[in-house]
Design a protein around this ligand. Structure first.
Ligand code: BGC
Length: 369
């Protein structure tokens, strides 16, 4: 009798364990897996918040993982999400080419792949690309410098780029160069820190067709999206510059984090009397720099809009519909259908308007580090 009771008890325990394992597996199943580059830049934390809100609202389960600047972490993040049976992978690549291995695995597992903000290159395993209009980000930065020094000639211009492993860095720079090349040809600006670009003055560079030329130029002026690298490079450029290359200067900085680092280097040089510097992302710390007159502008890319646009796309992909595309981007393996979200230039005046409208909170700007 005792034996039978013990048997019944262990069977009951086994059933309970099996049931809890099954419910765990159910809990572990996630609709949308999201992989973002790093937690160290406020930009990607904005995206995380926007995603969580948009996907929750749309009724999808999701999980966000960060690659912390490493392609091997990115790959293991994708593998972990595939284990959770995701149906769609939304990925913002750490490195445009290295990420190919991760998305090839996802596609082989039947998962739809959406490149988010940064295009993954050299693979066909990419279904869609959701992005801001990155070319227009660069145009806005270049045009801002041109307008700030209207009617001036011979203004020293320092140019910096993002990471060469990020396809966007090519697009931002080509956008800025599409307007700056003429201003340099007309004598408004004199580039101080990139002899390699001299032969392209008066010519536009295409981010896809002129990829190799751009890779060489960007390699000479890259911040690698890293604040310390940006500051060291700017300081080295200032050591090389003579008095004529200082005074009132213009600086093309690719994003907010690098803009603050470069601005700090230029403000520390007594021979620089004033500077106009660009940025992008509307990070709180840069909005503070703009209010304090230490950064001239930023290009605001509303991550809430991009996350909502991604949600619509996920919805369509899960229903096996063909999502609408407004553009295509060639990733060196195929033309990837894409959406393009518009961007907004924010300078001191525009920022005051946006704060008054409740878009940005003064308290958050004040407490930014
Ligand atoms: C993004 C920018 C960001 C940069 C550095 C780019 O791909 O588009 O918004 O500032 O990466 O993370």
């Amino acid at each position: 009798m005792k034996k039978i009771l013990a048997l019944i008890l262990s069977l009951a325990m086994l059933t309970a364990m099996a049931m809890s394992l099954a419910s765990c597996a159910e809990e572990e199943s996630v609709d949308v897996g999201i992989v973002l580059p790093t937690k160290e830049e406020p930009r990607w934390l904005q995206d995380e918040t926007s995603f969580k809100e948009a996907l929750d609202k749309a009724g999808f389960t999701s999980e966000v993982l960060f690659s912390q600047g490493k392609s091997d972490v990115e790959l293991s993040n994708v593998e972990a999400l595939l284990e959770k049976n995701i149906k769609v992978l939304v990925i913002c690549a750490q490195d445009a080419t290295a990420a190919g291995a991760a998305v090839n695995k996802a596609q082989a597992a039947g998962v739809k792949v959406v490149c988010y903000d940064r295009l993954i290159t050299g693979t066909e395993a990419v279904d869609y690309y959701v992005t801001f209009n990155s070319f227009s980000v660069g145009v806005a930065q270049g045009q801002y410098l041109i307008d700030a020094y209207k009617d001036k000639t011979g203004v020293p211009l320092y140019i910096y780029s993002g990471a060469v492993t990020d396809n966007n860095a090519f697009i931002f720079f080509a956008g800025a160069w599409s307007v700056l090349n003429k201003a340099v040809a007309d004598g408004q600006f004199v580039i101080q820190n990139c002899p390699d670009i001299a032969e392209y003055v008066g010519k536009e560079l295409d981010p896809e067709k002129d990829h190799e030329v751009l890779a060489n130029i960007l390699g000479k002026i890259t911040t690698n999206w890293d604040f310390a690298t940006a500051k060291t490079l700017a300081e080295a450029n200032l050591v090389d510059a003579d008095a004529a290359a200082k005074g009132d200067v213009a600086i093309l900085a690719p994003n907010d984090g690098t803009a603050r680092a470069i601005a700090d280097a230029f403000s520390a040089d007594a021979a620089v009397t004033s500077y106009v510097i660009t940025g992008q992302d509307a990070e709180m710390a840069s909005l503070k720099y703009i209010q304090d007159g230490k950064q001239s502008m930023t290009v605001w890319k509303d991550t809430a809009t991009l996350a909502t646009s991604t949600c619509d796309l996920v919805n369509a992909l899960l229903k096996d519909e063909t999502p609408k595309a407004v553009a295509t981007y060639n990733n060196q393996a195929k033309d990837v259908p894409s959406t393009e979200v518009a961007v907004t230039v924010v300078d001191k005046d525009k920022l005051a308007e946006l704060i008054a409208a409740g878009t940005f909170e003064q308290a958050k700007i004040d407490s930014a580090k």
